[in-house]
Write a protein that binds this ligand. Structure first.
Ligand SMILES: *[C@@H]1O[C@H](CO)[C@@H](O)[C@H](O)[C@H]1NC(C)=O
Ligand SMILES: *[C@@H]1O[C@H](CO)[C@@H](O)[C@H](O)[C@H]1NC(C)=O
Ligand SMILES: *[C@@H]1O[C@H](CO)[C@@H](O)[C@H](O)[C@H]1NC(C)=O
Ligand SMILES: *[C@@H]1O[C@H](CO)[C@@H](O)[C@H](O)[C@H]1NC(C)=O
Ligand SMILES: *[C@@H]1O[C@H](CO)[C@@H](O)[C@H](O)[C@H]1NC(C)=O
Ligand SMILES: *[C@@H]1O[C@H](CO)[C@@H](O)[C@H](O)[C@H]1NC(C)=O
Ligand SMILES: *[C@@H]1O[C@H](CO)[C@@H](O)[C@H](O)[C@H]1NC(C)=O
Ligand SMILES: *[C@@H]1O[C@H](CO)[C@@H](O)[C@H](O)[C@H]1NC(C)=O
Ligand SMILES: *[C@@H]1O[C@H](CO)[C@@H](O)[C@H](O)[C@H]1NC(C)=O
Ligand SMILES: *[C@@H]1O[C@H](CO)[C@@H](O)[C@H](O)[C@H]1NC(C)=O
Ligand SMILES: *[C@@H]1O[C@H](CO)[C@@H](O)[C@H](O)[C@H]1NC(C)=O
Ligand SMILES: *[C@@H]1O[C@H](CO)[C@@H](O)[C@H](O)[C@H]1NC(C)=O
Ligand SMILES: [Zn+2]
Length: 667
């Protein structure tokens, strides 16, 4: 009989394609035997990681097996570069870990979800904690289970020598920042004469530009948690996972961990670590530097991890960052959102930190102490509100001390970053520092379709980069410092023309209002940089800058940008700046489900309705697929040109800092 290999292969492919879609049993485990880190994983030599093995026994649904429980007899070997496999316990000189069992359920597709018929899976598992591979090469990890079934993972330890070429690294993350947004920000902040910009953004002047692909390990759209994991550990991961691979167990803190660049840098050099963000500081991008959890919303534990490293078992010898600046006071003052209800201002102060809560205190803080600065209860105020519409800061209960007060004295990204650099330089002038500085609200405001706020957050990032370069130059550290500016993912944003907002407001029907849009030659010129007509053309005085050369000087021109994103909830648009604070495009309304969102009329009363394209449960926009830019200057800049994967940003930074360990280190 002709063995139908071709059709059998096709049917396996079909099954796994279905199983790898909207819902997945476990994204990185298409078969019933799972190895984490999975096939295709890369490692920095000597990087600590955990191994998790799982064997699945689906009890019903399309993958049903005939036995009620995995037999628990699995063998796991590791073979280096074509050598014979060695049992992992022997390979890593560990005792064999204990067997664990649990169950989980999942939906195979939207029909199963609608019918509430989950598939049940029984699991047997083992975990090998805190291991490392020191010798570059290819390793085949082989799991044999359930009477001869086999899963293999091909791991690569990259050949990266421990040669330090940069003393310091500064990683700027423009959360959600795309090339399209940079182009739009340039248009509103920099004057153009006859098609030529008269000034450029700091990013425009970087010598090297690359593109990174943001694809997650098990889905093609990422969130900030798994993309931060890729940038900081060199390992792809799953949506909502911070510096771990996602296993199927219920406990979010037992998933297999991977050592981050901040942990490596502190362990190897005792160098300084700074973490700065305009988000609440437990948010994914800052969190993934020290937290290791499947669930990014474990905010209290994230804050604990900044101070103490990983909770429960020894991971790395983390001694805390030198600088931690951002929002998110609700995880610090004692309340139900702080870890175990504790007061983390006190916890940090007891560990020797100077604790500051406003910009005045930030400016006068000593550069000698480790410093915690928390400036608002949740995400920090936006540049547009701090600088143009300051009345919007007067919101009660935003004060970082947990009082009913308003957080009216907040620094911006530039103030936080410069202070962080002063502290890091003072405390680590010999051993160097690693600083991550995140412009978080580019993403947060893009989600809300508030393009004016998103683009000014981006301009604030650019202003911060410009000031950082000037500061490094002034202290003689510019040529020792690797500066990397990138994003973690994009949004489908672009500008397609301009809008005559006066004409739009004067029309009475939605269809007529759309005639206010000017495309191609009718787009005209940017009205956001108001020229000074009394100054000679081309002179420095040609533009009146109210907020410095990096920002628009007119936020409310008659002709605004015709701009938008590719996927959105129901909303109204009149294309003018939201003067009363970040916009609210869609609302859930009385009489309908709480996750059923409709256009918010007051968001743009003179505007017209744009019906949503996202599921009605979405009240804001979403991330998109686009590659994102990587701007680099300083040592190793030549390594960053071209198109590469998000994880390569980690390997390039780690290589430049010389973070490989090539001889075994005691656990
Ligand atoms: C466990 O599995 C191995 C091979 O996978 C087999 O050689 C061995 O006999 C099994 N042991 C038991 C107790 O079933
Ligand atoms: C393996 O570990 C044991 C104790 O944990 C230690 O005595 C032994 O020296 C180690 N062997 C190697 C080769 O590292
Ligand atoms: C898994 O589910 C089965 C049946 O529901 C139950 O008998 C068993 O105790 C469960 N095992 C675990 C580890 O929860
Ligand atoms: C699988 O079994 C679980 C538990 O018995 C049940 O709730 C679920 O509906 C079943 N799913 C299917 C697809 O049969
Ligand atoms: C493992 O992966 C590497 C890189 O993709 C490849 O060069 C190598 O041939 C693979 N080895 C095996 C045994 O599949
Ligand atoms: C960690 O320790 C806490 C407190 O002892 C405990 O509640 C929790 O279950 C532990 N988590 C893990 C993963 O061991
Ligand atoms: C961790 O590092 C600190 C500071 O260098 C040191 O005092 C401590 O002994 C280390 N602890 C361990 C367990 O290595
Ligand atoms: C800023 O914080 C200091 C304490 O560090 C406090 O004395 C001062 O009143 C605060 N200023 C404002 C405007 O809240
Ligand atoms: C950086 O510049 C200083 C002098 O400005 C020089 O002494 C040092 O060697 C330079 N370092 C590098 C890595 O080029
Ligand atoms: C909107 O949803 C939130 C959260 O579920 C709920 O608290 C609120 O009552 C809802 N509002 C209306 C008008 O349904
Ligand atoms: C656009 O809508 C906002 C909010 O409803 C309103 O305040 C503003 O005046 C409108 N702009 C124009 C130009 O009509
Ligand atoms: C928006 O959708 C509603 C139905 O949900 C429809 O009645 C209305 O005509 C649509 N409006 C536009 C401008 O497409
Ligand atoms: Zn986002």
């Amino acid at each position: 009989m002709k063995f139908t290999l071709a059709s059998c292969v096709a049917c396996t492919v079909l099954v796994s394609q279905v199983a790898a879609q909207t819902f997945q049993r476990l994204g990185t485990c298409p078969t019933l035997g799972c190895i984490f880190p999975p096939d295709q994983a890369d490692f920095l030599p000597g990087q600590w990681f955990d191994i998790r093995l799982e064997v699945h026994a689906p009890q019903n649904g399309s993958e049903r097996v005939s036995y009620a429980q995995p037999d628990g007899n699995f063998t796991f070997t590791i073979a280096r570069d074509g050598q014979r496999g060695v049992p992992a316990a022997q390979f890593f000189n560990l005792s064999e870990p204990a067997l664990q069992t649990w169950n989980f359920t999942w939906y195979e597709d939207l029909f199963a979800q609608a019918a509430r018929t989950p598939s049940l899976v029984r699991v047997a598992s083992k975990a090998y904690r805190k291991v490392a591979l020191y010798t570059p090469g290819h390793y085949i990890a082989t799991l044999s289970y359930q009477n001869g079934s086999v899963t293999q993972a091909n791991w690569t330890v990259r050949d990266i020598a421990p040669r330090r070429r940069a003393k310091n690294t500064i990683l700027f993350v423009g959360d959600g920042m795309t090339t399209n947004m940079i182009t739009a920000a340039r248009l509103i902040a920099h004057q153009n004469l006859n098609g030529k910009y008269q000034s450029l953004m700091a990013m425009d002047q970087f010598p090297v530009l690359g593109h990174q692909m943001t694809h997650s390990i098990d889905s093609f759209i990422t969130d900030s948690a798994n993309s931060a994991t890729a940038l900081y550990t060199g390992h792809k991961s799953t949506v909502n996972a911070l510096s771990v691979y996602a296993d199927s167990s219920r406990d979010p803190s037992d998933d297999p961990k991977v050592e981050t660049i901040a942990e490596l840098f502190q362990e190897i050099y005792r160098g300084g670590v700074g973490i700065v963000s305009t988000a609440f500081i437990a948010d994914a991008t800052p969190a993934a530097l020290t937290a290791h959890t499947r669930d990014r919303s474990q905010y209290g534990q994230v804050v604990d991890s900044f101070l103490k490293g990983i909770y429960n078992y020894t991971w790395v010898n983390w001694t805390g960052p030198d600088v931690l600046f951002g929002g998110g006071a609700e995880q610090f003052y004692p309340n139900s959102r702080s870890f175990q209800g504790k007061n983390y201002y006190t916890e940090f102060a007891n560990a020797g930190y100077n604790v500051i809560l406003n910009n005045t205190a930030l400016q006068s803080a000593s550069n000698n102490s480790r410093t915690l600065g928390i400036f608002s209860v949740n995400n920090m105020a936006k540049w547009l509100d701090r600088n143009i519409y300051p009345a919007n800061l007067n919101i009660s209960s935003t004060a970082p001390d947990g009082s009913r007060g308003a957080a009216t004295d907040q620094p911006g990204l530039k103030e936080m970053t410069l202070k962080a650099l002063q502290i890091l330089h003072t405390r680590h002038s010999q051993d160097g520092f690693f600083l991550m500085s995140e412009a978080a609200s580019i993403d947060k405001q893009m989600h809300l379709l508030d393009y004016d706020r998103a683009l000014t957050e981006l301009l604030e990032l650019d202003d911060t980069i410009k000031a950082t370069i000037a500061y490094l130059e002034s202290i003689g550290e510019l040529n020792n410092t690797q500066i990397v500016v990138t994003a973690d993912h994009g949004h489908g944003f672009d500008v397609m023309g301009s809008v005559d907002t006066r004409f739009l407001a004067a029309q009475t029907t939605d269809r007529a209002k759309r005639n206010a849009v000017g495309t191609y030659q009718n787009s005209g010129l940017s009205q956001y940089v108001r020229p000074n007509t009394s100054a000679p053309v081309g002179s420095d005085q040609n533009v009146v800058y109210s907020q410095g050369v990096n920002f628009p000087n007119n936020f409310d021109p008659r002709y605004t940008l015709f701009q938008g994103v590719a996927a959105f909830p129901d909303h109204r648009e009149n294309y003018t700046v939201h003067k009363r604070g970040p916009r609210v495009p869609a609302l859930n309304v009385t009489g309908f489900d709480s996750d059923d969102f409709y256009v918010n009329y007051v968001d743009a009363v003179t505007g017209f309705v744009i019906n949503g394209t996202l599921p009605v449960s979405a009240d804001q926009g979403v991330h998109s697929l686009t590659d994102v830019p990587v701007f680099t200057m300083g040592p190793c800049q030549a390594d960053f040109g071209g198109v590469y994967n998000s994880i390569d940003v980690f390997y390039k930074m780690a290589a430049c800092l010389g973070l490989s360990r090539t001889t075994p280190v005691p656990r």
